[in-house]
Design a protein around this ligand. Sequence first.
Ligand SMILES: Cc1cc2nc3c(=O)[nH]c(=O)nc-3n(C[C@H](O)[C@H](O)[C@H](O)COP(=O)(O)O)c2cc1C
Length: 200
Amino acid sequence: MSKWRCVVCNYVFEGEAPPDGCPVCDQPKEKFVKEEAKDRAKDVAAMKKATRKVEYGLHVIASKDGDKLNGQVANAVMQVTTNPTTFALAVLKENYTADCILDCGRFTVNLLGQDNHKLVRRFGYRSGREFEKFKGIEHGITDTGMPYLTGGVGWFECEVKDGYTIDCDSHWLFVADVVDGDGLRDDVKPMTYAYFRATK
Ligand SMILES: Cc1cc2nc3c(=O)[nH]c(=O)nc-3n(C[C@H](O)[C@H](O)[C@H](O)COP(=O)(O)O)c2cc1C
């Protein structure tokens, strides 16, 4: 039995061949890579059993390309330092959002609530190269021109630090200062990656 990992959302499938599509992010089977036992850990299976237990929030990362607003779903977001407050974000290089962030050096992290499944479907499954993701979606614009969602549970704006765009093979890792933001709804719990998988 082999393990196949979706390079887009990291879902792992066990079987002789990859699944026809990813049950979490709907990517086609071409997006699955075989998990090679090349890791230097002594017990790869045990190691992965541990790393998959890391909990993630689910967010919409928004940015823009000239006047065109765009965004994508990402779980790969974490706080790095508290003073100043910096966050890291990993984005697949082929995503339009990666191009937007490389171009303007900014993005917003939009924290989704447990009732925001529609926003995940809107931003997580098709590229903004094909359509206007923000059309008809309620949003605001920060002082620097970045879009943020008003239907989530909060948002913050990030400015990528000089020299902190790191090439991680398939992904860009952006380390950024938090420069603006607001908490929105306190009565709804934030959406986690695990909650979305269980309820999608
Ligand atoms: C649940 C879920 C989690 C995802 N997590 C990430 C992530 O952490 N990083 C990433 O680059 N893409 C992630 N994606 C995939 C992007 O959201 C997706 O490929 C999107 O269509 C890219 O849009 P764009 O080309 O407009 O940027 C995730 C998708 C889903 C549904």
